[in-house]
Design a protein around this ligand. Structure first.
Ligand code: ZN
Length: 368
């Protein structure tokens, strides 16, 4: 079955200039300048493959607008907004390892506003689901600072828009980026209206963040679910985590909208993660989320782009997800999928199973 799938995109997203870092290291006399890890090519090539495959023209184009200051201030502190705005003319640092170029503040507003526009398109039934291919990413940014290449927490701001201005009472996040979605977690830490699930590589980034014992606080206690998978987890571990944790948690919470902060840095060739995921894995996780969304919230599901740093393989993972969302299979096949599927360690391993088993007890509070 094909769907009306929205795609948020703007060329200016690619103009956010992260400069001459060497990966995540600031350049200096002991660090030869190179490209920043969060450079535009990964996302540009993702969009290029959508174009070449013929899929883009079958999606519903959603033109982003800048988020307003009031929208940013639903989550972020005025000081943070003012600091970011002041750097718009010069560039600077939004937070540790988070460089901004000239105009990056304006582009960050366009990223947050793009995700908000997708929420509105979904709630107004102009689309059935959608993907916001925005940049800079958002899920590490917290109230008073940017971090981890993120300036504003795009997905969380859009969720607050859905609840504060569009009347939704309950939303859920499933963050499958390989890094912990600490910004989204922090945004709803004491807020029982949002179930925040993050499935990430154990203790990767931010360090000492994303532990299973972090459950939320106050009225929000029990509505934050961290699934820290061991490094080396393949599709078997992801499949088990979705079947045994993510899907039951969504069914118990019954959100009215599901937002997926979507990073492809759990991909097997990624430079900033050590997991083994591949395009079929992301395709099948998308299918699981879509059938869950069909059961709990009339299929209302959307994704906003986060990480993913291997420019040669990210486009195939992205295309697989967009094919699944839209129900349209293009003629383009992932040339490396067969190799990646056969690589050792793709099946669920006992030490990964043990982590998932431990997390199963965290679902009890959602079932009461
Ligand atoms: Zn990431």
């Amino acid at each position: 079955m094909s769907h009306k799938t929205g795609l948020v995109w703007h060329e200016l997203y690619m103009w956010h200039n992260t400069g001459k870092y060497a990966g995540v290291m600031p350049p200096g006399l002991q660090v030869q300048p190179y490209e920043h890890s969060e450079h535009p090519e990964t996302k540009r090539r993702f969009k290029n493959l959508l174009d070449v495959s013929g899929l883009t023209e079958q999606l519903v184009a959603i033109r982003p607008r800048p988020a307003t200051e009031a929208e940013i201030l639903m989550l972020h502190e005025p000081d943070h907004l003012d600091r970011m705005k002041a750097l718009n003319e010069t560039g600077g640092e939004a937070g540790i390892g988070t460089p901004m170029g000239v105009g990056s503040y304006d582009i960050a507003l366009l990223a947050a506003g793009g995700v908000i526009e997708l929420v509105d398109a979904l709630l107004d039934q102009r689309v059935d689901n959608g993907y916001a291919l925005v940049r800079p990413p958002g899920h590490h940014a917290i109230a008073n600072m940017g971090m981890g290449f993120c300036i504003f927490c795009n997905g969380a701001i859009a969720g607050l828009h859905a609840m504060n201005h569009r009347g939704l009472e309950r939303i859920a996040y499933v963050d499958w980026d390989v890094h912990h979605g600490n910004g989204t977690e922090a945004a709803f830490w004491e807020d029982p209206r949002a179930l925040t699930i993050s499935i990430h590589q154990q203790n990767l980034f931010p360090l000492h963040s994303g532990g299973m014992d972090k459950r939320g606080a106050g009225a929000g206690e029990g509505f934050n679910l961290n699934i820290p998978l061991p490094p080396g987890s393949g599709y078997g571990a992801y499949e088990a985590a979705f079947d045994r944790l993510v899907v039951p948690a969504l069914e118990a919470f019954a959100p009215e909208l599901i937002i997926i902060p979507s990073g492809f840095d759990a991909g097997i060739h990624d430079s900033l993660g050590r997991q083994l995921m591949h395009s079929r894995g992301y395709r099948e996780l998308t299918a699981k989320l879509m059938s869950t969304a069909d059961r709990v919230c009339g299929g209302r599901l959307m994704m906003c782009h986060e990480g993913g740093y291997d420019a040669s393989t990210v486009p195939y993972m992205g295309l697989a997800v967009l094919e699944e969302l839209s129900g349209i299979k293009t003629d383009i096949d992932d040339p490396l999928l067969e190799v990646f599927e056969q690589i050792g360690g793709q099946d669920l391993q006992p030490h990964q199973d043990a982590v998932i088993k431990q997390a199963e007890s965290l679902l009890d509070v959602l079932r009461t």
